[in-house]
Design a protein around this ligand. Structure first.
Ligand SMILES: Cc1cc2nc3c(=O)[nH]c(=O)nc-3n(C[C@H](O)[C@H](O)[C@H](O)COP(=O)(O)O)c2cc1C
Length: 317
């Protein structure tokens, strides 16, 4: 996809590859060894770190103090960088941190519990240094592990009850795809929604355990094929785990390179914007950059079953 490894730039400026290597080694020093001053070479003096619309922006000093506080509470903290994607002066990092809660944190005395938090950081370089970063992670993973909040297994509402509610909600079935350096990847997704028409934006929710997830995290674009009523076999293929799902279907690359399933009811190509970590899933939002629809009836999914909407009677209203 449109990832750049452009080595041109002002003399003395870091090349993209240097940036990724420097970020990896600096993160290792700061997060894994506690050498937070290493960040002074990577982060601009006026560096700003942002965390979601509600988060208070942090400067370089506050960020360094924050890392030290986390390391005091989790002395064996280890952050692993799972993926780095470069695009011009931007760098996207997918990471996972683990550590045992051995010191007071957010007023909570040590619980000894092992905590795992994963997320993504998007850095904007100006020359050699990072001017700005946006970070997204699911803080509930951390807060729940040390007992600050209670969700998940001990949720206020029985998960089976919630599942039963979701089974009453009717959706279509999409295949969400991406081109992973020449290899098509995709999965069946019904957590697809329009966000806005002006500008046209959509979202899809993809479980982090999906084999397609890392490719989507690396991608600049994703494709959405809204399956037609006669594509039940396609839905089953993409809901499965085959290594080569695309060998079993006919597909065509869209104008932005995403694999689109032939014979679908409609297609979209989406330029990925935000990747928001939420519970077990990542919410990918994005801007629609290509759209196409046909008069083929869409496949319908409800209560664990598939339906052909063209065989239902419309209600007068
Ligand atoms: C009708 C239907 C809807 C699904 N919706 C989603 C979804 O919205 N998000 C998701 O992550 N998985 C969803 N799944 C499950 C994935 O398609 C399934 O786990 C698949 O095996 C993942 O493939 P992968 O691991 O090769 O990426 C859905 C499955 C079906 C049958």
């Amino acid at each position: 996809m449109s990832r750049t490894l452009d080595h041109t730039g002002p003399i003395g400026a870091a090349t993209p590859t240097d940036r990724a290597a420097r970020l990896r080694s600096t993160w290792h020093a700061a997060w894994n060894e506690g050498a937070v001053d290493a960040l002074d070479d990577l982060l601009a003096p006026a560096y700003v770190r942002r965390r979601g619309p509600a988060g208070t922006p942090q400067g370089r000093g506050e960020f360094k103090a924050g890392i030290s506080a986390v390391r005091e509470a989790f002395p064996d903290l280890h952050t692993e960088i799972e993926d780095v994607v470069e695009d011009g002066d931007r760098l996207a990092v997918r990471w996972r941190s683990t550590g045992a809660h051995a010191g007071a944190f957010l007023g909570v005395p040590p619980t000894g519990r092992r905590v795992e938090v994963s997320g993504a950081t998007f850095a904007r370089f100006e020359g050699d240094t990072v001017a700005e970063e946006w970070v997204t992670f699911d803080a509930r993973q951390l807060l729940e592990a040390i007992g600050v909040i209670t969700t998940g297994h001990t949720a206020a509402v029985d998960p089976d009850l919630v599942r039963g509610v979701h089974r009453r909600f009717i959706t279509g079935v999409t295949v969400v795809t991406t081109d992973d350096a020449g290899t098509p990847k995709g999965l069946a997704v019904n957590a697809f929604s329009s966000i806005s028409l002006d500008p046209p934006m959509v979202l899809v929710c993809v479980q982090r355990s999906s084999a397609t997830h890392p490719a989507l995290h690396r991608a600049t674009h994703l494709g959405v094929s809204i399956l037609a009523a006669d594509q039940l076999e396609v839905a089953k293929t993409f809901a499965g785990k085959s290594d080569d799902k695309f060998a079993e279907v006919l597909w065509t690359p869209g104008e932005h390179g995403t694999p689109l399933i032939d014979g679908s009811s409609a297609h979209l190509e989406v330029e990925i914007g935000e990747r928001i970590e939420a519970g077990s899933h990542t919410v990918f939002t994005g801007r629609v950059v290509a759209a196409h629809h046909t008069d083929r009836a869409p496949l319908v999914y409800s209560g664990g079953g598939f339906f052909d909407i063209s065989r239902t009677a419309p209600l007068p209203w």
